[in-house]
Design a protein around this ligand. Sequence first.
Ligand code: FAD
Length: 540
Amino acid sequence: MKVLVPVKRVVDYNVKVRVKPDNTGVDLSNVKMSVNPFCEIAIEEAVRLKEAGTATEVVAVSVGSSACQEQLRTCLALGADRAVLIETDEDVQPLGIARALQALQAKENADIVIFGKQSIDGDNSQTGQMFAALTGMGQGTFASELNIEDGKAQVIREIDGGLQTVKVSLPAVVTTDLRLNEPRYASLPNIMKAKKKPLDTTTPDELGVDVKPTVETLRVEPPAEREAGNLMSILVVAEHDNSELKPATRVALAAAAAIGGDVDVLVAGAGVDAVASQAAAIAGVNKVLVADNAVYANQLPENVAALVVEAASGYSHILCAHTTNGKNFMPRVAANLGVAMISDIVSVESEDTFKRPIYAGNAIATVKANDAVKVVSVRGTAYDPVAAEGGSASIEALDNVTDAGVSEFVSEEVVKSERPELTSAGIIISGGRGMQSGDNFVLLEGIADKLGAAIGASRAAVDAGFVPNDMQVGQTGKIVAPDLYIAVGISGAIQHLAGMKDSKVIVAINKDEDAPIFQVADYGLVADLFKALPELEALL
Ligand SMILES: Cc1cc2nc3c(=O)[nH]c(=O)nc-3n(C[C@H](O)[C@H](O)[C@H](O)COP(=O)(O)OP(=O)(O)OC[C@H]3O[C@@H](n4cnc5c(N)ncnc54)[C@H](O)[C@@H]3O)c2cc1C
């Protein structure tokens, strides 16, 4: 079995990037560059498959400038057998990369292609899904466990509500989440050996693909000018659990309202009458399209994306919430429509221009989509959700059903909680490594009960097994912006701050007065949390 692992050269995760004074981008001169951490996890997984005798060859591939050779050599030192650089000086974007990899895959015929779930610079979370769409492969995204058996990849996926298990027929795409494995370090002898391993170079031209970007990062940010009389027609794909429409849908609808024009909602699921009625009741919704069929019950991305592509005709914009579900199917929609996707927008500047955070929110890019159809995911904190009531949209059934047949739902462990959802909670109290154990989270629960708060966590607390993955706040977890965020025993790493620094009021409790969290906190308490939390609870 051959494993192909696409890897990206990015700024090292410890570097805090700075925006250039002329606003043309971020300053990358003299900063340390590394293999994207999620790609490193992908390489590790591939090498483990080889060590276990499941895989016979691991091929690392990168698309970019000649400098990417450095990261490919690192992959060879970590255990890849050979490497391929698809060399280009274009500012390549996910769709272009997916096309280049599709052409390479036509030659390599890998049985499994393991991507990182996102790169820590662009934070798009698109390339693996787009590649899967272009090659017609099934996908197991955000994997925290991978097993290959009987020609299928069984993947446990980290989703917003907990964990989901799917089986995908090979050849398949897997994208890695943080807890899939802990990558090894390259030993000196392996670094030396890597110098002799083959590293071939090709180009997009040689592969016969066009990697020119269709999304422009604008040099300046002029106020958007709306063209008079240019009416948009927008389709918002609903986020729901078959019984309830999630608030993130109403945030996407607020973004749709900012674009302006007719707004329809697509509900794909099974037994979704209640969801359709909730969508129809939302003010400003014109029409609700409902695809009610068992093949959409678990939001398998291969099926949902095919449905959205069919329904897309006539729409200028297709929007969804930037949730694990939206991130799963929407890049497939974009790739199948042959257009770029704009992920995780935080504001609409005009019908084709959007703002989105990059580099863990340390820079905000204003990007312009030049494709005819704009495919966009909206960050859950971008806008206040539109009102849930006041509308009376018509409901129309869609009877075209697509079952791609390349993947199957196995099971789901959704965490049930009486507490508010993290992404829509007004108050959040989060615990970090300083909590020392999962049992100690009871100290946060007492306070959360009194405040009506949701409970979150840092990655360190999740990795240590204190709490489940769906509680992780941060660049690669959930993005939150409550009225009040209380960080307890959390140091304030940039990846954590990326997920909560837009909170209106931040309170930090930490025994280390130099902890970086105090630099963003409105109120800081330098104290031992085991003393401070019971005192706080008693005072509430
Ligand atoms: C690719 C990548 C993605 C990442 N994504 C995320 C992400 O989405 N979210 C995220 O959170 N992190 C993420 N991280 C990890 C991040 O870099 C940090 O490692 C992590 O946030 C640290 O968690 P922490 O603050 O709980 O732990 P630590 O940094 O260990 O901090 C623990 C804090 O607790 C304090 N403390 C200890 N005991 C007590 C006590 N008794 N009373 C009071 N204070 C105490 C300490 O002073 C310390 O400041 C990511 C990293 C990478 C490389």
